[in-house]
Design a protein around this ligand. Structure first.
Ligand code: KIV
Length: 284
């Protein structure tokens, strides 16, 4: 399989749908990469679906680096995009470039993603100016959950719709190579996708975006605390792990595990020596 680059992603617009899924660890990255996913997103959703926080605001740069490194070790061909976590791009341009740079140089990501519209244009401009590709993210921006008041559809009023269209255009102008549209009505997401030349990748934004992204833990049924309406669940890993655990517990209690296939034995000579030396009681 050929390596996916920023150029590959940009060229897919209006030709072929882009596929993106989240990955937070080595084995998942390896499976998704082998399956042919275009983009692996080390999303800060890891705070909720892997680390068990209520929302994404607790995720740190160190968390992101730790997981981005693991994903990069499992991936050969997908483009790796890592989220800049809460407040890692709000405390000044130097700090922002430093944090984005760490995700590339230490984490081995190929690009970074950050949330927000007009208020983050300066950051997008500065990060891309430093040679780091940026993916934007507008609509429902989970890092602003305390301001938004909940995980609601965005862009329903005329003003909000106009604002989102304008934000997408400005994010493109600031230098982003793609943009995530989260929880935006289908008709508006279509309009936004058509208003920009860079790919728009939707989550809860209907079929007319240039690509789709989902949280992998939702896709495979591994996270059950909250399953949004826009998720299609393709597997039920939760049930698979639960059933396997129950069978294991029964097998151990009933002494059916470990069985012959899962044991190691001493050779006859070694056994005899240990027996003769008084170390083992059992005779052979
Ligand atoms: O963190 C994440 O998983 C994301 C996706 C929902 C796009 O940002």
């Amino acid at each position: 399989m050929k390596k996916i680059t920023i150029e590959t992603i940009k060229r897919k617009k209006n030709k072929e749908k882009i596929t993106m899924l989240t990955a937070y660890d080595y084995p998942t990255a390896e499976i998704l990469d082998n399956a042919g996913i275009d983009i692996l997103l080390v999303g800060d959703s890891l705070g909720m679906v892997v680390l068990g926080y209520e929302d994404t605001t607790k995720v740190t740069m160190e968390d992101m680096l730790h997981h981005t490194k693991a994903v990069s070790r499992g991936s050969n061909h997908s483009l790796i995009v890592a989220d800049l976590p809460f407040l890692s791009y709000h405390l000044g341009i130097t700090e922002t470039i430093k944090n984005a740079g760490r995700l590339i140089s230490e984490g081995n990501a190929h690009a970074v993603k950050l949330e927000g519209g007009i208020t983050v244009l300066k950051q997008i401009h500065a990060i891309t100016g430093a040679g780091i590709p940026v993916m934007g993210h507008i609509g429902l921006t989970p890092q602003s959950i305390n301001q938004l008041g909940g995980y609601y559809i965005q862009g329903k009023s005329e003003n909000d719709a106009k604002r989102l269209i304008n934000e997408a255009i400005e994010i493109e102008k600031a230098g982003a190579f793609a943009i995530v549209l989260e929880c935006i009505p289908t008709e508006l997401a279509k309009k936004i996708s058509e208003s920009i030349k860079i790919p728009a990748i939707g989550i809860g934004a209907g079929p007319d975006c240039d690509g789709q992204v989902l949280v992998t833990h939702d896709l495979v049924g591994f996270y059950s605390r909250m399953v949004p309406k826009f998720v299609k669940q393709y597997a039920n890993i939760n049930q698979v792990i639960y059933n396997a655990t129950q069978t294991y517990i029964l097998d151990v209690k009933n002494k059916e595990f470990p069985s012959h296939d899962h044991m190691f034995h001493l050779s006859i000579e070694a056994l005899k020596k240990l027996h003769d030396g008084g170390i083992l009681d059992e005779s052979i």
